[in-house]
Design a protein around this ligand. Structure first.
Ligand code: SAH
Length: 274
């Protein structure tokens, strides 16, 4: 393992835009690279709640905080300030490139005619919610999975439905981001119905709220009963596939070793097929 990572593109002297995912919330889950990007910035921009989570790292800096629906504002300001020569860091929770700000920032750059050399742009990855939540539940993402956001603010519900149907019928483990808000309650109910039309009602479902931050709760339920538990804006739901089962209360999706090996002796029990 190399000790440190310095991106080869970090040499420019002009403005820089760094898009940082700071992980699920606790400082311990922030990568050292992300920490350097936050500490090395002149200006930090982010959604108010996210800025609060990284507040201890940014004491002396210029901070621009905006509300949740002001994404375009945030991205535009970040790009403009970087063009003006500042080192700007735009923060998102989890991974900035997964339902975060990275894509929008690139679109704003494209709109501005950015070709590359004008400002240095870098994306710093972070631990995304599905990974954080999976670790708290056991090992539910050991086989192929699909990640679907139930927010229909930017994506028509018809498309989300189609993706749910496809993932459910192909037996993917399914991670549901943005499952419910105070105004959006129907989506998770419909998602459950679609899943139920392809999977047994007792299929394990993990429901994790505020993983690795204050107020963390971890529940293992099943498709039948999943809606009897609290689900909100800070919840991620992981729905097992046909093979997912509980191992002493942990949610585990087998990779298939047991079909091929005796887990006690390690001996191969069958020749590989195909
Ligand atoms: N960029 C983020 C996702 C932002 S979308 C990431 O990579 O994690 C917002 C959704 O992410 C929330 O509705 C919730 O489903 C999920 N989420 C974000 N942080 C979470 C956490 N700490 N615990 C559980 N779910 C979380």
């Amino acid at each position: 393992m190399t000790k440190s990572y310095i991106s080869p593109s970090r040499e420019t002297k002009g403005g820089a835009l760094t898009l940082v995912g700071f992980g699920p919330g606790s400082e311990d889950h922030l990568t050292p690279v992300a920490r350097r990007a936050i500490e090395g910035a002149d200006i930090i921009i982010g959604y108010r709640t996210y800025i609060d989570l990284v507040r201890p790292l940014i004491a002396e800096k210029t901070v621009i905080e905006t509300g949740m629906t002001e994404e375009i504002d945030r991205a535009t300001q970040a790009v403009e300030l970087a063009y003006a020569g500042h080192r700007v860091t735009l923060v998102s929770s989890g991974d900035v490139g997964i339902y975060g700000m990275a894509g929008l920032a690139y679109e704003v750059l494209e709109q501005k005619g950015w070709t590359g050399p004008e400002i240095d742009v870098e994306v710093i990855p972070g631990i995304t919610a599905l990974s954080a939540c999976a670790s708290l539940l056991g090992a539910p993402l050991m086989h192929d999975f699909a990640s679907i956001s139930l927010s229909d603010l930017l994506t028509p519900w018809e498309i989300i439905r189609k993706r749910l149907e496809a993932a459910a019928s192909a037996d993917f483990v399914v991670a549901l981001y943005n499952p419910r808000s105070s105004k959006r309650v129907r989506q998770v109910e419909e998602a459950r119905e679609i899943l139920l039309s392809h999977r047994a009602p007792e299929t394990p479902v993990g429901i994790v709220k505020s993983a690795m931050r204050e107020g963390e709760t971890v529940v293992i339920s099943n498709i039948d009963k999943m809606l009897t538990h609290p689900i909100g804006m800070l919840t991620t739901i992981l729905v097992g596939n046909s093979q997912t089962r509980l191992v002493s209360g942990r949610m585990v999706t087998p990779r298939g070793y047991r079909n091929k090996y005796d887990l006690e002796t390690g001996a191969r029990i069958r020749k590989a097929q195909g």
